[in-house]
Design a protein around this ligand. Structure first.
Ligand SMILES: C[S@@+](CC[C@H](N)C(=O)[O-])C[C@H]1O[C@@H](n2cnc3c(N)ncnc32)[C@H](O)[C@@H]1O
Length: 415
């Protein structure tokens, strides 16, 4: 290919997927602001990229799989650059809503700390292979030296391959979601062959051989050697297969520390989008909690963890769709007094309907945990317009080397 066929561009910023963006817009994956790059323009995407002038923030990617693997997007950038960029993503989302606040120093989870991942696993002529898909590709990359996953999760790769040999079709790769727990691996397999008697027996034998704590095949439990419990404060919870958990223990601890600091003087707390009790159970060491969550099985797991826990104050639970049926001011008042504080940790869409009701209930203190700065900023605007102060934001990066950004924020109702 001649150099004249190549387009030259200067990267001005990163887009929300972490790709470099030049005028056009022209998206150039794995480039950094200020870099001069060249490549083949394919619509709005630059391919076959060569870095002509590197950024001072460019570093040697720490993982040898980075070039081929699509699991990480930002290993070519220094930690300091990523920290500032993620903080700016939140700052800019707030500023687009006319808001500003104090930012605490970002908390970034260390390498090799991801406790949950979905591996793609396919049968090959020689056996089976497991890994992540490559960048924008359907080719699976093997990742034996992945720098992202906990060592226990990496050790699940040969187990996932054994599951594929036993129960994957030749055509469709398995999607194996693996979560580590103190009791062993919790594995949920999708896209496998339909379960019949021999497959069920074979899978149960594999679970025993590899000491899989729990194995679920599509939605069917196949083996439970040990309940794969997770500790939330002093309680142990056995989440439903594939249920939401914070991505790293360190990220969970950072979010929890922020939440506990915010609600520390509260006596009655409502935990909205409570999951399996990541926040409710630790909070119940000092306050009564009403935990509300859309997934009934998660509510059951939370309740069972609370019942078996020791030294916890009362947790009441409710399975409820908080988008369609948010708690109303009268629901937020079940003890004859308004809840002292609310914790709210919605999915990416945010919590537009529920936040509107919190403003009507005048809940005095709100700990907002978010995985989407844009929906967070929209909801923050609603709260601030209704008379709340946004006191501070703690950015938490538990999706290291990706473009995801999470945060916890404190809102207080002005007198
Ligand atoms: C980001 S997770 C947080 C869970 C929990 N706070 C934690 O830290 O583990 C969001 C939770 O919202 C729940 N959810 C999603 N849509 C919902 C809805 N419409 N109503 C109620 N809960 C919902 C999900 O099941 C999930 O447990």
């Amino acid at each position: 290919m001649t150099d004249t066929a190549r387009t030259k561009a200067t990267i001005s910023r990163l887009g929300h997927q972490g790709d470099g963006v030049a005028d056009g817009p022209l998206f150039a994956p794995r480039t950094l602001p200020g870099e001069v790059v060249s490549g083949i323009a394919n619509g709005s995407r630059l391919t076959h990229i060569r870095i002509e002038t590197p950024s001072e923030h460019r570093v040697q990617p720490p993982c040898r799989h980075y070039k081929a693997c699509g699991g990480c997007q930002l290993q070519h950038a220094s930690d300091a650059f990523v920290a500032e960029w993620k903080t700016d993503v939140v700052r800019n989302a707030l500023s687009a809503q006319g808001l500003e606040t104090d930012f605490r120093p970002i908390h970034t989870s260390p390498p090799r700390s991801r406790r949950r991942a979905t591996l793609s696993v396919r049968r090959t002529k020689k056996g089976a292979m497991a890994g992540f898909y490559g960048q924008a590709s359907d080719v699976i990359t093997e990742i034996p030296d992945c720098q992202l996953l906990e060592p226990e999760l990496l050790a699940a790769i040969p187990v996932a391959e054994a599951l594929a040999l036993a129960g994957a079709s030749r055509k469709t790769p398995l999607a194996v979601t693996v979560t580590t727990s103190d009791a062993g691996l919790d594995m949920l397999v999708r896209n496998g062959k339909p379960l019949d008697g021999p497959l069920r027996i074979g899978l149960a034998q594999l679970a025993e051989k590899h000491r899989i704590a729990r194995l679920t095949w599509d939605d069917e439990p196949v083996a439970m050697e040990q309940p794969p419990v997770q500790p939330f404060g002093p309680a142990l919870v056995c989440p439903p297969p594939g249920a939401f958990l914070q991505a790293t223990r360190e990220g969970e601890a950072a979010l929890l520390a922020a939440v506990l600091e915010i609600i520390k003087d509260a006596k009655r707390v409502v935990d909205l989008f409570a999951g399996c009790g990541t926040f409710s159970l630790p909070i119940a060491q000092t306050a009564e909690v009403h935990a509300v969550e859309g997934e009934r099985d998660m509510v059951k797991a939370l309740d069972a963890g609370w019942r078996a826990g020791k030294g916890l104050k009362k947790i009441s639970t409710e399975a409820r769709d908080l988008f369609r049926n948010p708690l109303l001011p009268e629901d937020l008042n079940p003890f004859g007094a308004v809840f002292d504080a609310a914790v709210i940790d919605p999915p990416r869409a945010g919590a537009e309907a529920q936040v509107a009701q919190l403003t009507k209930a005048r809940t005095p203190l709100i700990a907002y945990v978010s995985c989407n700065p844009v929906s967070f900023a929209r909801d923050a605007k609603t709260l601030v317009s209704a008379g709340y102060d946004l006191n501070w934001v703690q950015v938490v990066d538990q999706f290291r080397w990706s473009a995801h950004t999470e945060l916890a924020a404190r809102f207080t109702l002005k007198d």
